[in-house]
Ligand binder design. Sequence first.
Ligand code: CU
Ligand code: CU
Ligand code: CU
Length: 519
Amino acid sequence: MSPLSRQQLLGWGLTGGALAVAGAAGLWWGARPQGPAPRASPAPGPAAVGGGLREPDTLSSADGLLELELRAAPAEVRIGDRRAQVHAFNASLPGPTLRIRAGDTLRVRMVNGLDAPTNLHVHGLHVSPQGNGDNPFVAIGPGEAFDYEFAVPADHPPGTYWYHPHHHGHVADQVGAGLYGAIVVEDPEPLPVTRERLLMVSDLSLNTSGRLAGVSPMEQMTGREGELVLVNGHVRPELSAAPGERERWRIINACPSRFLRLHLQGQSLRLLSRDRGRFHTPVDVDAVELVPGGRVELLVETSEGTSTLVASSVDRGTMPDMMGGARPGGTGPVDLLEMTVSGNPVPALPVVPAGPVLPDLRGETVSSRRTLDFAMSGPMMGGPMMGGRGGPGGNGRPGPGGMMSFTVNGRAFGPDRTDARVQAGTVEEWVLTNSSPMDHPIHLHVWPMQVIQDGADGQAGADGQDEPGEPRWADVVNVPAFGEVTVRVAFEDFTGRTVFHCHILDHEDLGMMGTVEVG
Ligand code: CU
Ligand code: CU
Ligand code: CU
């Protein structure tokens, strides 16, 4: 935490209890005069933006162990030039960054300071789903605590992962309110870069009093997108570098629903990693797309000038006509941060060594094939989402408050029902189909997916032959509207019961989640 004088804090109206909160949260501190707080807008004016890019505190493992407490609770933070009432881990937006190594044990005492049940998911980590591991069925009531222990295998791939609550029915609200943080699994050998940055992208909407704006049933169905898009909890931060640097950016899409298509004009970008591990060879890219929950690591090789990291809008389909055909994600491009490269060039760095050869399931024997269809169907009548209020409008349209149901193979999530039984140690092929007009980014816990065919690039043979090229691994795979994607999963190392679901977190909360039991 940077040293802030009490005078400065008083100047911002932060005293007493708020001081401790704001101190841990990391204040934005462009020394600009504060006017009345305007309604948050997608493209805030200059008075609301800027300040150097800041990162949450980092907690690193030592001697194979990282032990900490994460308290999920309401917190007051500064976003742009205004105070905001959010929910945060340890009063920090994002929560602390956890840096561990393969083979480590991560122990987290999760304390629920919210007024709703919650729990914790370590997104992307290949760890046991049982007991007090990465168990999405745990419920921590308000005022309660739960001790998690995640034993990270010695051969766990390095990479950028993250943590967030995962209690069904509350996930979009809690992540959307600010409950998220990064997990970094360190490389066995550091890469030759001049600097590493963590960029956790999130979005939220605030009302004029700085509280989280309510979310309408239509926004839930399309998947909520916040008006403010933040990087490490800040609006359009600034960063600087010298020419010739090679920075490693770890970017996490922690937005509940927003897809990010990122550009950084004027700088050279290479994709080092997507979701986990790293590519054998970094790939030159002009833009990268991150679905909700997705991560990329970029090598940014700097050239003199000023560049803006822009998230352009992504077409992720439409709501069905019966629901008015609303289009999600129509907010247009958003500037995420500004980078100024100036000064004396730095000396050239050694080349980035090749990464390990990635595992490949294309030659493996598949023991079972399943089709999982992700769908949206007519308004849910009288269900808990509607409080029994809605009803059809007489012309096939839902009445006020009418919600569609979001299903996997025709059924909404049932925590006690097992949707897929898998024999431990086998490789399965899953055909993920989408019979709805919206994209659904599908996430499987614990075991990563290798994309075998996505039908998008025309590479797959008509006879169903596999895609050529380097194996593509991901833990969130976008299944486009009315499209399908085939993945293979090696259900190795662990047994137990967990979930797969749409990572548009509103869709997950509305039922688009299934269970898988491996044993
Ligand atoms: Cu996740
Ligand atoms: Cu979805
Ligand atoms: Cu999940």
